[in-house]
Design a protein around this ligand. Structure first.
Ligand code: FES
Length: 139
């Protein structure tokens, strides 16, 4: 019983630590602009693109919104922060199943944002999108 409680405590701490680390990386290089924008000024429900604009097996980067939208399989859309988790450069291309950072060569999966190639060690955070008909909206 005591062991179970200790273990749960450790696990909870681990999750909190990971969340803190994740948050720190996501907003770190971007400062007030990136972190607060995703929660505040970036309008929910704002049209971002048409579904036809996103290539199947690829994606498109919206630099002004700091978002990359991908379509790993036909009809399946994902969105991630376009700010590299390594040193906060904006990713620049989507090719061969990865979202690519020009600064130091990190590559992230178009499916889940996972690191496919370092030096980044933290996945690109997911962004919320909504598909309405053939329109993709942030939020
Ligand atoms: S900032 Fe993207 S790889 Fe270093």
């Amino acid at each position: 019983m005591t062991t179970g409680t200790s273990r749960r405590t450790v696990l909870a701490t681990g999750v909190t630590g990971a969340a803190a680390l994740f948050t720190g990386c996501g907003g770190g290089g971007d400062g007030a602009d990136g972190t607060s924008a995703s929660e505040g000024t970036r309008g929910a429900g704002e049209a971002l693109a048409a579904t036809a604009d996103i290539p199947v097996g690829g994606g498109r980067i919206f630099k002004d919104r700091k978002v990359v939208v991908t379509q790993p399989q036909e009809g399946e859309f994902k969105a991630f922060s376009a700010v590299c988790t390594h040193r906060a450069c904006l990713v620049s291309t989507v090719a061969d199943g990865t979202i690519n950072c020009p600064c130091h060569g990190s590559r992230f999966s178009i499916t889940d944002g996972a690191v496919e190639h370092g030096p980044a060690q933290v996945p690109l955070p997911a962004e919320q999108i909504t598909i309405s008909g053939n329109s993709i909206q942030l939020g």
